[in-house]
Write a protein that binds this ligand. Sequence first.
Ligand code: ATP
Length: 291
Amino acid sequence: MDNIDLKALAKLNIGLDVTGIRDDGYHEVRMIMQTVNLFDKVSIKKQEGDAVTMSTNLRFLPVNDDNLCIKAAKLLMKEFDIHTGVHISLEKHIPVAAGMAGGSTDAAAVMFGINKLFDLNLSRKDLMERGVKIGADVPYCVMRGTALAEGIGEVLTPLSPMVKCPVLIAKPGISVSTKQVYESLDSCFDNVKHPDIDQLISDIKNQDLHAICNHMGNVLEEVTIPLHPVIADIKKIMLDHGAVGAMMSGSGPTVFGFFEDNKTAKTAKEALTESKLVKQLYLTTLFNNKY
Ligand code: ATP
C-alpha cells in the first residue's frame, strides 16, 4: 500500500463545563462531544527520500512542524523508526480556529493513515494514548461518536449515541482566540452559570431531543458572546426559524442548531445566508460510526 485517503470529521460540544483550573494552568473540563458529518480530506502518499511534507488548500495554514498533521506523522514515524518519506495533502472544509477540533481531527486521521500505510498494527487505544501528546482533543477524534470528555478533555467515556437529527453549522467571519476566552473565564469564574452535564447525559440516553436542547449549555458562551455579539444574533436566527436548540461549540465562534426535520433546517439555512452574518454554513448530520 502506497497511499491512503481518510475523512477527518469535526466535533461539536453539546455541553461544555469548566470545573476548575489546575496548578499547571490547564482547565479541568466536562464536555459532551459529538462527531458531525463535516470533514477535511486527508491523503497520505509515500514518496522518495525521507521527508515528511504537506500541502493544503488554505494558504494561511502552516505546512511545517506547526501543522498538527506533520506533528502526528512525525510522532509515529519517530517511535517506529520509519525513514520512508510521506506527503500529506489536506483539503480543509472544517472552519479553522472555530471550536470544531479541526486540527486535532486532522492529526487523528494522519495517525490512522500512518498506522495503516506502515502496518504498525496499533489499536484505537494505542493511537489515543499517543494522540494526547499532540493535543487534548486528539484522543476523542480517534474515538469519535457521542462521548463525555473529562480531565483536560482526554479522559473519555463513550455515551449512548445522540438522537439522529439535522444539524446546521454556522461560522461567522470572525476569529476567536481560545487562550483569550479561557483567560476571560478565569477572571469571572465564580459568577458563571454551569450547565448540568449529568442531566444532559440522561437526556441523551432517553433520546429526547427537546430535553437535550433545554439543558444544552456552554460555559464559554458567557465570555465569548459579550466579545462577539454576532454569535447571539446567529443563535437567534436559528431559534426564530425552528431550531429546537442552538449553541456555540467549544470556545466559538461556530454556532450549531439542532432541528427536527430537514425542511425546517433548510429554511433556517436560507435565513442565515440572507443575514450575511455567516462566512461558512453547512447543513449536515450527526455521525456515530468508528474509524
Ligand atoms: P478546538 O476545537 O480543539 O479548540 P479549534 O477549532 O479552535 O480547535 P483549529 O481549527 O484546530 O482550532 O486550529 C487552531 C490553530 O491551529 C490554527 O490557527 C492553525 O494555525 C493551527 N493548526 C495547525 N494544524 C492545523 C490543521 N491541520 N488544521 C487547522 N489548523 C491547524
